[in-house]
Design a binder for this molecule. Structure first.
Ligand code: KG4
Ligand code: ZN
Length: 347
């Protein structure tokens, strides 16, 4: 048998991405190229991703990303074995742009087409980076998602719980906006929090009083707004120290909630899967050092191995889509030209 070579495409949010992945007959998958064209600058004036602007930019950049991914990998179109593309969930204009691009390439080069769930892409990344065996527990924490998944196979997931409102990344972004910090808010809030006193403001720990692994972050944002306005009313303005203390308190609350809910998810997971004690994380929020440290400690408490892929593979990219596509392809799955873009697609 020959190694497999796949092209992956991603365009479900604000990153346009293409990647070439080589799967040898034995051993680790190899990322031959991974091109990501971020749209942050296009949306920065609007305080959030504007779907129509995102879709247009994806349409403009997709074929350039494919061209660069092919050139950087040294792979020609005729060397490809399949094309994998994010078919949802996400902003529908962007997802359609990616699916149409993939269909064009698949039809033109006569290649199998594989529609990939974006969340499966994130969830399988620890297998791409660390060859983790099934099953394992995954915490997906990004700007759009927050959920605990037991990952048993490329198309076999059990959701243990997740956010009932905002995703944590979204909460970081809103916090940054409320405090006049730049977007994306996560890195900015983390930077401020380093200079702050996490004990000055006491933020709520939503849903910790209730059983289960569901989370909530929208109340935190409201609490932050109230604390900010109270300081402003008392002192007619925010000092840099006030801002740092608010960030530190907010980050401590998010970190605390994530760690404690992860502890519960681990107990539930380990009860059924004691032989594979692994906690993996993915998503942009996993870049936060204090959140990551909290999760690492939580895993250590139950002697579980902790896996966090390198940041470039934690955030949106096409290598993870090519990888998930390869796993599906190897189990005999592929799609055809009827593949539909799906705005919602629960695992
Ligand atoms: O996974 P990602 O790149 O995109 C998706 O949401 O799919 O995650 C982006 C999110 C943004 O909300 C950003 O503010 C957050 O991850 N983020 C962080 C940090 N870096 C990025 N949140 C907290 N701390 C960080 N250091
Ligand atoms: Zn994502």
């Amino acid at each position: 048998t020959q190694p497999l070579i796949l092209l992956g495409l991603e365009s479900s949010c604000d990153d346009t991405a293409a990647a070439i992945l080589r799967i040898p007959t034995t051993g680790a998958a190899e990322i031959l190229s991974s091109v990501v064209f971020g749209q942050t600058a296009l949306h920065s004036d609007f305080g959030g991703v504007v779907p129509e602007i995102a879709a247009r930019a994806h349409t403009e950049k997709l074929d350039l990303c494919v061209r660069d991914a092919l050139a950087q990998s040294g792979v020609a179109l005729r060397d490809l074995d399949a094309v994998a593309v994010t078919a949802g969930p996400g902003l529908i204009g962007g997802v359609i742009a990616g699916v149409m691009c993939a269909k064009g390439i698949a039809a033109g080069a006569n290649l199998p087409l594989i529609g990939v769930n974006h969340l499966a892409g994130h969830a399988l990344t620890p297998r791409l980076t660390d060859q983790i065996a099934y099953p394992y527990l995954m915490l997906l924490v990004s700007g759009g998602h927050c959920q605990f998944l037991i990952v048993r196979g490329p198309d076999d997931f059990t959701r243990l719980g997740g956010t009932i409102d905002d995703a944590p990344g979204e909460a970081f972004d809103k916090t940054a906006r409320l405090l006049g910090l730049p977007q994306p808010g996560g890195p900015a809030v983390e930077h401020e929090a380093r200079k702050g006193d996490a004990k000055r403001f006491r933020f709520p720990r939503p849903l910790l009083d209730r059983p289960g692994c569901d989370l909530s972050f929208s109340g935190l944002k409201t609490a932050l707004l109230r604390a900010r306005d109270q300081v402003i009313a008392e002192k007619s303005g925010l000092t840099p120290q006030d801002r740092a203390d608010l960030c530190a308190g907010f980050q401590a609350a998010v970190s605390d909630v994530l760690a404690q809910k992860t502890a519960r998810a681990l107990v539930a997971y380990l009860a059924e899967n004691p032989a594979t004690p692994v906690l993996a994380v993915a998503g942009g929020v996993a870049a936060n050092a204090s959140i990551r440290a909290g999760l690492e400690r939580t895993a250590a408490e139950v002697s579980a191995r902790f896996i966090a892929p390198p940041l470039a593979l934690c955030t949106d990219n096409a290598a993870m889509i090519a990888y998930a596509g390869a796993e599906l392809f190897m189990t005999g799955h592929h799609d055809d030209m009827t593949l539909a873009a799906r705005p919602r697609w629960p695992l």
